[in-house]
Design a protein. Structure first.
Length: 366
């Protein structure tokens, strides 16, 4: 099992030692099938069922770290080797180094300064120090001050990040005039590049800004980006004309609901919306659906069904001290689907509900 969807779900990953050239692999399974009226009873009475579903839905933390993981020494990589490799590849391609990632490297404050990032890589656009041992704010600012083109910086899971206050974070952002994403969150300098990064247009392999990057974007996940408002200069149908699916969950949006609705109404192609309920568009999914008539689904629920049943759709965010069974029941709307059982002799006409853990069809032609 491995986390996915920004650690909101877990998925099953299978491997094999050998697969024939024309093999067809089909795997369809489900973790829980039940009748809706019996859901709570099953979670309470079936041994281990609630714990299993809570783990799959990521509504409870793992109690223990899995054994057999990579040791700290095994996870360390020579930072100098990465630097030299980046230089060599850039020279061979007649380009400049734009992106460096030192995730979980054994990089201390002194080691960071010795890399001479601003001298060796003044054109850096992306820098990740995630999981390193950097702990001095002064050392970090000295190392990055000469990177005027830096747009994204990660220092998550470092001793420094654990103790930084808001003033210290502001000093880091001020040292980088073009910084758009800091530890995943948008800064006030966010532009089309930042949205392009979220849309996977920009990244390690393609960090250089291009003209009209968002013209063909249909899916945009802006969840958990510390958004305070949707900037009309960037978040506009003139910039993203074909937007169909939008996720803005877990953002402290503070613009008025009327202004928010107006921003979303401008996207005539928008069909699917993921948003926290209650806030920022109000307390009712029904009212959201009526205010945005082009939508086909809200938080994974079809609008027709939502309106028919008058569903308000409670969000699956955890409440302190909430029983495990209640957490699973609150979160399951994002996972359930209907199915019917049938064979040559009989057909079960009663709609059941199941939570799908894995469904994949792949063709391998190696």
């Amino acid at each position: 099992m491995e986390p996915c969807e920004d650690s909101r779900q877990r998925r099953l990953v299978l491997t094999c030692d050998r697969l024939d050239r024309e093999s067809q692999v089909f795997l369809v399974d489900h973790a829980w099938s039940f009748r809706l009226t019996e859901a709570r009873k099953q979670l309470k009475t079936v041994n281990g069922q609630a714990e299993c579903m809570a783990t799959l839905m990521c509504v409870v933390d793992q109690l223990e770290e899995e054994d057999g993981g990579e040791s700290e020494a095994e996870g360390q990589t020579d930072a100098e080797a990465v630097v030299e490799s980046a230089k060599r590849k850039a020279q061979e391609a007649s380009t400049k180094v734009k992106w460096l990632e030192f995730d979980s490297f054994d990089i201390t404050d002194d080691k960071l300064l010795s890399l001479g990032l601003s001298t060796n890589f003044p054109d850096l656009v992306g820098l990740s120090l995630w999981g390193t041992k950097v702990e001095s704010l002064d050392a970090l600012i000295e190392a990055i001050r000469g990177l005027p083109s830096l747009r994204v910086l990660w220092i998550n899971q470092t001793p420094l990040d654990d103790k930084l206050g808001s003033a210290a974070k502001d000093s880091i952002i001020k040292a980088l005039p073009k910084l758009e994403l800091y530890n995943r969150h948008f800064t006030k300098s966010c532009s089309k590049w930042g949205l392009g990064f979220c849309a996977e247009i920009y990244g390690p392999e393609n960090p250089v800004e291009c003209s009209d990057p968002l013209e063909e974007v249909t899916d945009l996940d802006l969840s958990d980006r510390a958004l305070l408002k949707l900037d009309p200069e960037v978040f506009s149908p003139l910039v993203i004309p074909d937007l169909i699916n939008l996720n803005i969950k877990r953002n402290p949006l503070n613009q008025s609901s009327a202004s928010f609705f107006n921003s979303l109404r401008a996207f005539k192609s928008l069909q699917s919306l993921q948003v926290d309920i209650p806030e920022p568009l109000g307390n009712s999914a029904v009212e959201i659906a009526k205010a945005l008539p082009n939508l086909r689904s809200i938080n994974g629920v079809e609008v027709n069904l939502l309106l028919k049943k008058g569903m308000e759709i409670l969000d699956s965010n955890l409440k302190p001290g909430e029983p495990l069974v209640d957490r699973v029941l609150r979160a399951m709307r994002n996972y359930v689907m209907t199915y019917r059982l049938a064979d040559e002799e009989k057909l079960d006409e009663t709609p059941d509900w199941c939570i799908q853990t894995y469904e994949d069809v792949c063709s391998s032609k190696w």
